[in-house]
Design a protein around this ligand. Structure first.
Ligand SMILES: CC(C)(COP(=O)(O)OP(=O)(O)OC[C@H]1O[C@@H](n2cnc3c(N)ncnc32)[C@H](O)[C@@H]1OP(=O)(O)O)[C@@H](O)C(=O)NCCC(=O)NCCS
Length: 127
């Protein structure tokens, strides 16, 4: 059963500006240590950051919530599987909300080309 869906698109050039003006603060606020390390080793760091930020926004949207729920962007971690497929992992308040809603799986698909990075996410659960 689908519990929620979310989509997001990010202009990579805008992300480049953000990283130039507030790189460390932004990275610490949004990305886990593992993601920050992955950003450094990725062949296109800015595209990776834009795509992963889009992933977090898309997953945020699947819940249809606001900041007053006490969630943080670092409670969504986008890991990578054996073949490079994104594997989202929820922790903290996001994990609690997922449990409350009967979410058994977070699905995520990412892409980037030219100046844009996009993410589509879905929450599934139940039968
Ligand atoms: C809710 C949120 C994800 C929307 O993302 P966005 O990139 O600003 O907005 P987009 O242009 O991609 O999409 C906007 C649409 O998303 C939908 N939307 C708005 N709030 C939503 C929510 N809480 N949940 C699901 N969908 C939402 C609406 O249809 C909205 O259209 P509208 O603005 O015409 O009403 C974003 O505002 C947010 O709160 N993000 C988390 C906080 C964050 O990223 N902080 C920055 C850390 S430094």
């Amino acid at each position: 059963m689908t519990i929620g869906i979310g989509v997001d698109i990010i202009a990579i050039s805008r992300m480049r500006d953000t990283l130039e003006t507030s790189g460390k603060v932004f990275m610490d606020k949004v990305f886990t240590p593992w993601e920050q390390q992955r950003a450094e080793t990725h062949p296109d760091t800015v595209a990776y950051v834009a795509m992963t930020f889009a992933a977090k926004e898309a997953i945020f949207k699947t819940f249809g919530i606001g900041w007053h729920f006490g969630v943080q962007m670092t409670e969504i971690e986008v890991k990578e599987g054996e073949y490079g497929e994104p594997i989202p992992v929820l922790t903290g308040r996001f994990a609690e909300l997922a449990a409350e809603r009967g979410v058994s799986r977070v699905l995520l698909s990412l892409s980037y080309d030219g100046d844009y990075a996009v993410a589509v996410a879905a929450l599934s659960g139940g039968q």
